[in-house]
Design a binder for this molecule. Structure first.
Ligand SMILES: *Cc1c(COP(=O)(O)O)cnc(C)c1O
Length: 378
């Protein structure tokens, strides 16, 4: 069976973890945490980075930092992972779901102004498959209405919008290093703090509501409980693993992009014939090869294709069930139809994509898909 994903070890993970363990400091905010944070700050000109135990936690920190109060409204796409929404729901916000674009699962920025009310506090764009939302448009609207922007950049490491790294547009941004992402730590994430107003408080929330970070820098002579917070920082063992991945980001990206491009070339003929749709890279964005997906005509065709691929020992998987239709949220939704989100829910299918996938396997998968469509049009 060709798996959907296989975590890739770059080589130095065990060595750095060993170093971390032998250093005698296993808890968070040590040497490897610092190394990871500095590397990301330098590489992407992020103002400040804090490693977190997950992207979900980074988003929870963001919801605390922007001071979400019960009743505040937060706009985000419906076609996303629960972690885009949960952190804001936990603080009492009302989530307002926006529909996706025609060409991609990303939130349709042209719908934003129609969803903004006096209670709107923030917009949470999600860069699906690592491809940029229209950040220029979103930031312009946010400025006009005095809203905060928290990018859910979970899938968007090393991807750009108009030449600027994703994660550097929003006031705050969250990335994931979950084992399914381009670079991994098992479970892990980072919060990017671009707006300096949030920098000091971010460290406090990160350290369980204490000013421990200032204490270690010698800025205060004792530390204590100064705000709300939680245990958002990963251990040094996790950071050590992650550092090995970060050091190899360029190689990982190159490999993933070449596999992605091969998929695209091989399947383009089916798009030209109108059989399916392939990912759309907007003119203002780049592709970080986080994911290769295709869009079937309808749910029945997708199910038949999954079955066909399974029979050829290929594991393909669909993705989100739009959150406005979820058991938790359906009775809280305002009833607007979100047709594009529903379409992606029913028709989007993700293909295997991981570092050790071989070119012949990509060709084999593409051939199996072509065979499926050839049989269907008989
Ligand atoms: C993976 C993912 C998350 C969650 O990341 P974790 O690190 O597992 O918490 C959130 N949002 C999106 C869009 C994701 O793809």
């Amino acid at each position: 069976m060709i798996p959907f994903n296989k975590p890739y070890l770059t080589g130095k993970e065990m060595h750095y973890m060993y170093q971390a363990v032998m250093s005698g400091k296993l808890s968070g905010n040590g040497i490897y945490t610092e190394k990871c944070q500095k590397l990301m700050e330098q590489q992407y000109q992020f103002a400040k980075v804090l490693l977190t135990t997950s992207c979900t936690d980074a988003l929870e920190m963001a919801a605390i930092l922007i001071d979400i109060q019960p009743g505040d409204e937060v706009i985000m796409p419906s076609y996303t992972f629960v972690s885009s929404a949960n952190p804001f729901i936990l603080r009492g916000a009302k989530v307002v779901f926006a529909d996706s674009e025609t060409d991609s699962p990303n939130l349709d920025a042209d719908l934003l102004e129609g969803l903004i009310t006096p209670k709107t506090k923030a917009i949470v764009p999600v860069h699906y498959a690592g491809m940029a939302c229209d950040m220029e448009k979103i930031m312009t609207i946010a400025e006009k209405y005095n809203l905060l922007v928290v990018e859910d950049a979970a899938q968007a490491i090393d991807s750009y919008c108009n030449g600027k790294p994703l994660g550097s547009f929003g006031h705050l941004s969250a990335f994931s290093f979950h084992e399914t992402k381009n670079i991994i730590a098992g479970e892990g994430g980072m919060l990017v703090i671009n707006d300096a107003r949030f920098a000091d408080r971010a460290e406090i929330i990160w350290e369980k509501g204490t000013n421990r970070s200032s204490f270690f820098r010698g800025e205060v002579n004792k530390y204590g409980w100064v705000d709300i917070g939680s245990s958002f920082l990963p251990s040094e063992i996790t950071a050590a693993f992650l550092y090995a991945q970060m050091e190899n980001l360029e190689d990982i990206q190159q490999r993933r992009k070449s596999l992605w491009n091969l998929y695209f070339q091989e399947l383009q003929v089916l798009q030209d014939q109108g059989q399916l749709k392939l990912p759309f890279v907007p003119a203002y964005g780049t592709n970080n090869a986080h994911m290769f997906y295709l869009i079937c005509k309808d749910a029945a065709e997708r199910t038949a294709l999954i079955t066909h691929l399974n029979a050829h020992k290929i594991h393909s998987v669909f993705h989100y069930i739009s959150l406005h239709t979820s058991p938790y949220f359906a009775d809280k939704h305002d009833g607007r139809m979100l047709d594009h989100a529903d379409h992606y829910t029913e028709c989007l299918l993700r293909l295997p994509l991981f570092y050790e996938l071989e070119q012949q396997q990509v060709s084999y998968i593409a051939d199996s898909i072509k065979e499926f469509y050839a049989q269907r049009s008989l």
